[in-house]
Write a protein that binds this ligand. Structure first.
Ligand code: ARG
Length: 573
């Protein structure tokens, strides 16, 4: 379906042409002075150069041609040469009718479906998930869902850290304790103990490193233990990610890249990309235009061991072979920026991925506590994901009780879980990913302001009106949006009409925060309209039906939008 702004632009372009000017000046945008007009066109200002006329004269010529337009109710030339535009109510309601019956409310299907891998897990096996993994999970899941909603083939890869020193540490500790295969609870205790020991005990650390080396070189006993640890860890990870409404298409880890390392390294050596420098094997990735020096990308350490960079490169080899992606998006802490710059450059330079493949780091900022420092537990430790979820859930339950929610115990709990998840996810996603933000539990769980619970509350309100309409004998199906009756209704209609453009833009810019900003604005517009309008008690049946159609459209749009953000609305709260 065409975007509303494109249709408006086409109409104004036609008027430019009719007035004897080039139609390229007819671009229409949403007004940046909503107090003055709904839409605007600044083309007359740019046309001055070509036609050597005062901008106001050009704007007046064009406005004259828009007189009696079936699209605009009013087109006014104002100083110094803007065109202020008001769209016709019936034109807008027609557009919304089309949206209501179009697939995905008028989103266009992509010309070419892309295969996009989103790498957004990065949990380290056998270490508990902590809030550092929370942002990757929340943002990555949303990016994946946005792409899928648009019609692309999206593959979420958890890319576990499952091959590193932590495995050697755990096995070394198990050996010392002479214990059998651990349970997940034991594992959670073994890793921190082993990690602490390795910092004091050189011999222990050496042993752990040796075990890691042997594991990576096929020691059968260690591989068997590793396999067991993987099995119980993966089950635990699945359970935890499920609570976040996050899932992955690909459950691979760094270990899966291992078989690709040797052939890759051999090729890069043979083709002259990799050379030895101070014993290590490196590839130059610096470029002339670099303002800051980018150090060479290291493939092998002097002892022959592979590094984080090697694994990421080998994983790209595997992804190229298995999926041939058009785009790989990494959702990782932005402090890993240099690492990814090196990996991307090396991958392109050496032909691991073709030049046409897009490689993007969506680097996220830190989640801070109220003190502006990285979020910690009250005791000052690293906050575990499970405890965080639980704290927010408890706070949500309290709030719902304060609000006097009339629901059964079970329903209250279920609702609190849904709203708590929305509070956390919206609190995160409403910020631009690259920015740090403060995790403020009181603010995030509030039913007012720019929060997840406020958005859900608005949806619940709409659902409740539609339910009551049904209960009183109305049928909300098959109704049509009518031309807006009031300014607040029209403002809401205009916002809804921009849904497709907003969603496509959020995908292009990989920017879930734009979806949050949109639904917040639309929720405000709805609540404004709602407070001015008696919907269910309206006596004019036709008017009422038009509003029910508008609310049905709005509910659909909201539910789709929060679904791509990764949460859902309860029926009441
Ligand atoms: N496991 C890593 C960490 O915890 C994150 C992995 C990110 N993804 C990647 N392809 N490097 O820091």
């Amino acid at each position: 379906m065409d975007k509303l702004l494109d249709l408006l632009s086409a109409e104004v372009s036609g008027a430019f042409a009719a007035a004897g000017y080039d139609e390229k000046y007819g671009k229409v945008t949403v007004s940046n002075r909503p107090d003055l007009c709904e839409y605007q066109c600044n083309g007359a200002m740019s046309a001055v150069k070509e036609y050597k006329k005062a901008p106001l004269v050009i704007a007046e010529d064009v406005a004259g041609k828009l007189f009696g337009s079936s699209v605009f109710e009013k087109a006014e030339a104002v100083k110094p040469g803007f065109l202020n535009l008001t769209v016709r109510n019936d034109y807008l309601s027609d557009y919304l009718r089309q949206m209501a019956s179009a697939e995905k409310y008028g989103l266009s299907t992509p010309e070419k479906q892309q295969t996009i891998v989103v790498d957004y897990g990065g949990p380290n096996v056998a270490k508990p998930l902590h809030i550092g993994h929370l942002r990757a999970a929340i943002i990555g899941e949303s990016v994946k869902r946005i792409g899928k909603y648009l019609g692309h083939r999206m593959l979420g890869d958890i890319h576990m850290g499952d091959w590193g020193l932590q495995m050697g540490l755990i096995i070394a500790e198990m050996k010392e304790r002479q214990m059998g295969l651990p349970t997940i609870r034991e594992l959670e205790e073994i890793y921190p103990a082993a990690s602490a020991k390795s910092k004091e005990d050189e011999a222990f650390k050496k042993k752990a490193m040796d075990i890691t080396y042997e594991l990576q070189h096929g020691n059968g006993e260690y591989l068997a233990i590793w396999k067991h640890i993987m099995e119980i860890s993966v089950a635990d990870l699945k359970r935890n990610y499920e609570k976040l409404n996050v899932s992955f298409e690909i459950w691979k880890g760094e270990s899966d890249a291992d078989p690709y390392i040797t052939p890759m390294v051999e090729r890069l050596k043979a083709e002259g990309f990799a050379y030895e420098s101070q014993g290590a094997l490196v590839v130059d990735v610096a470029e002339e235009s670099d303002a800051k020096e980018i150090p060479p990308c290291m493939l092998l350490k002097s002892d022959g061991a592979a590094l984080y960079t090697t694994t990421d490169l080998a994983t790209l080899v595997q992804r190229e072979e298995d999926y041939g992606p058009d785009w790989v998006i990494y959702v990782v802490d932005k402090r890993q920026d240099l690492h990814f710059k090196q990996v991307f450059r090396c991958a392109k330079k050496t032909g691991i991925v073709p030049e046409s493949v897009r490689l993007t780091l969506l680097g996220f900022g830190t989640m801070n506590g109220a003190d502006g420092k990285p979020f910690k537990t009250r005791e000052g430790g690293v906050m575990r994901l499970e405890s965080l979820l639980n704290d927010v859930y408890e706070r949500m339950l309290e709030r719902m009780k304060e609000n006097g929610a009339e629901m059964s115990e079970e329903e209250t709990k279920d609702t609190a879980r849904k709203v708590a998840l929305a509070a956390i996810k919206y609190g995160d996603l409403s910020n631009q990913a690259s920015k740090d933000y403060v995790f403020d539990i009181d603010k995030f769980t509030s039913f007012e302001g720019n929060t997840g619970p406020y958005i859900l509350y608005t949806i619940v309100r709409i659902k409740s009106i539609l339910r009551k309409y049904g209960e009183s004998g109305g049928n909300p199906e098959g109704l049509f949006v009518r031309p807006a009756e009031s300014a607040s209704e029209k403002a809401l209609c205009r916002l809804l009409s921009g849904y497709n453009a907003m969603m496509e833009n959020a995908f292009e810019e990989i920017a879930p925060h734009k979806i949050c900003a949109y639904i917040y604005e639309a929720a405000n517009a709805f609540n404004h309209f709602y407070h001015e309008t008696k919907i269910l008690s309206e006596e004019d049946e036709e008017k009422k039906k038009g509003w029910i159609a508008l609310l049905t459209l709005m509910k659909g749009i909201f539910e789709d939008a929060i679904d791509v953000l990764g949460f859902e609305a309860p029926d009441q709260m």
